[in-house]
Design a protein around this ligand. Sequence first.
Ligand code: NAD
Ligand code: GLY
Length: 382
Amino acid sequence: MPRLQVRTKARSQQYEIRIGSGLLQAVGGLCRERLGADARRVVLISDRKVFSLYGTAIIKGLRAVGFAVSQCSLPEGERYKSIRTLEKTLHFLNEIGIERSDAVIALGGGVVGDVAGFAAAVYLRGVRFIQIPTTLLAQIDSSVGGKTGVNLPAGKNLVGAFHQPSLVVVDVETLNSLPARELVAGWCECVKQGAVSGRELLDKTTGFLEVIGKRAPLISPRLERLIASHCAFKASIVADDERENVTRADSHSRRILNFGHTVAHALESVTHYRRFRHGEAVGHGMLVAGELSKNLGLLHQTELELLNKAVRLCGPLPAVTDLDDSMIAGAIAQDKKRVAGHVKWVLLERIGTPRIIDGSEISSTLLRKSVRAVFQKRNSRH
Ligand code: NAD
Ligand code: GLY
C-alpha cells in the first residue's frame, strides 16, 4: 500500500498521504493516530451525494476510536463553492464547539475539499484538517498541496488560503461509484501532470488508460501506484514552491501545474460554468496550449502528438465547435489571475519541460489560429 510524505521546503509542515483499497474502513484509526489523544471532536464535511455513499461507515469508524463526530452536509456542485457556503460552514463549526485541538475532515471531491479546507484555515485562525478525496481529480491533485478557497461571482478561486492538510487518505475503491464524466475529468488532470512532469509519468498514465480502455478493471494495485506517482510529483512541486511565488517562472515553479488552465478558465467562463467539468475544460486547454507551443516553434510535432493522444485516451470531451476563437481570446484577456497585467501561459518545450510565457509575447492572431485549429479538429460529443 503506497505511503508518501509531503514536506514543505520550510519543513514547517509534514504530512502523510495513504493510498489503498478499502482504506475507508481504517479512517478512524488513521485519524486518531494523526490527531492524537487531545482531539475530542471532529466534523465530517461532505456533499449530500458522497455522504449518502460513504458517510455513515466513516462516522462509525471515527466514533469507534472515541471521537465525538458531527456531520456537515453541503449541497453538491461547483456553484455552492461560495462565500455563503463557507459562512454557513463556519457557523456550524462554532455551533458544535470545534476547538483548536479538534479537526475538520473533508470527504468528497475538490469542491468539498476546497470549502472545508478554507473553513479549517480561517476558523479560530486555523484548525487541523484531513482530506479523504473521492474523485480522481481530488485524489491526484486537489487534496495535496494545501490550496483551499471559494469562488466569487466574478470568478473561480478568487478567495482562499494555503492550509496544508494533516493527513490525506485515498481509498481508490471510492472511484467505483464515480460517474464516467468525473473520471474523464480526473484523467485530464493526470495527463496535465504527466505533460509537465515528463515522459515517465505521462507514459505511465497513457499506458494505464490504454489498459482500462481494453476493459481491464479500474481498481487495481496498478491504479494505486499510478495515483501515488501523481501525488509524489505534485508533492515535489509543492515542497519547493508552496505558495506559488509569482516572481518564479522556472520549470519547477508551482505555476506549471496550471498547464491547460488559461484556455480552460476561458471555456468555463464563456459557457457560464455549465458545460464543462473543470478537468474536461483542462483537456481542451492542453490541446490549445500544445498547438500554441508548436506554433511558437517551442514544441516538436512528435511531442505534440504524444500529448494529443494522451488527451484523446481520457475519453469524450464536451463540444467546443460552436465557440469561436475571438470569444475565447476575449475571455482570456479578462482572466482575473494576471501578474503585472498579463496572463502567464504555461506552454511546453518538450513533454516534461514546461515554459512560462508572458501573454504579451503571444499575438492575438497566433492565439486565435491555435484555438481555431484545435476546436475545428475536435470530434464533438453533443
Ligand atoms: P466535485 O467536488 O464537484 O465532485 C464532482 C461530483 O462527483 C460531485 O457531484 C460529487 O458529489 C460527485 N462525487 C464525488 N465523489 C464521488 C464518488 N466517489 N462517487 C460518486 N460521486 C462522487 O469536483 P472535482 O472535480 O472533484 O473538483 C473540482 C474542484 O476542485 C473545482 O472547484 C476546482 O477549482 C478544485 N480544484 C482545486 C485544486 C486545489 O489544489 N485545491 C486543484 C484542482 C481543482
Ligand atoms: N492544482 C494546482 C495547484 O495545486 O497548484
